[in-house]
Design a protein around this ligand. Structure first.
Ligand code: HEC
Length: 150
């Protein structure tokens, strides 16, 4: 009985921490703007992934629109890491961004290039590997430049 209680409280505490994490992500200024664009990009990636997995029937126009939006977001993001904007306590941007700015910007440009390339696929078979390449740029950048939530 005691054990079950402890487990239940543990779950409540964990949920509270998740909620605290959500509230903490409401930054302001360029940090808020880039977070909003990243969030939107995440949703666009989720939507377009359905065409890579075959969950949704191939729709070239939709895939082109989504990958085009992702490519445009990559371009917008390039201007949203001005010097000093890493100091926002709500930002998950790692200070390494500003010491390796050229590499960071190159990765955002690559995300856009690969998204545009993926949008040229003419069927799901061709889109799948292009989608994987594009999503690889998200993960490889986050691994280096996005602070892990503790
Ligand atoms: C060049 C590096 C880079 C690339 C490429 C990149 N991200 Fe990010 N991403 C970041 C950084 C840095 C943050 C943290 C931003 C902050 O808090 O200021 C972030 C944050 C996020 C967030 C959290 C936003 C929030 O709610 O605070 C999501 C979701 C996200 N990225 C999705 C993606 C997806 C999907 C892709 C690929 C299509 C992608 N990112 C590509 C660097 C990158």
């Amino acid at each position: 009985m005691t054990r079950i209680r402890t487990v239940a409280w543990g779950a409540v505490a964990a949920a509270a921490m998740v909620l605290a994490g959500v509230a903490a992500s409401a930054a302001s200024g360029p940090a808020a703007e880039r977070q909003a664009i990243m969030k939107q990009t995440g949703l666009q990636m989720r939507d377009v992934s359905a065409f890579a997995t075959g969950q949704k029937p191939w729709d070239a126009a939709k895939v082109k629109a989504l990958t085009g939006a992702i490519a445009a977001n990559g371009k917008k993001l390039q201007g949203l890491y001005p010097p000093g904007s890493g100091a926002d306590p709500k930002s998950e941007a790692d200070p390494k961004i500003w010491t390796n700015k050229a590499d960071f910007t190159k990765r955002l440009a690559e995300m856009s290039t690969l998204a545009t390339a993926a949008g040229k696929a003419s069927n799901a078979e061709a889109f799948k590997p292009a989608f994987l390449k594009m999503s690889g740029t998200c993960k490889s950048c986050h691994d280096i430049y996005r602070k892990k939530k503790t």
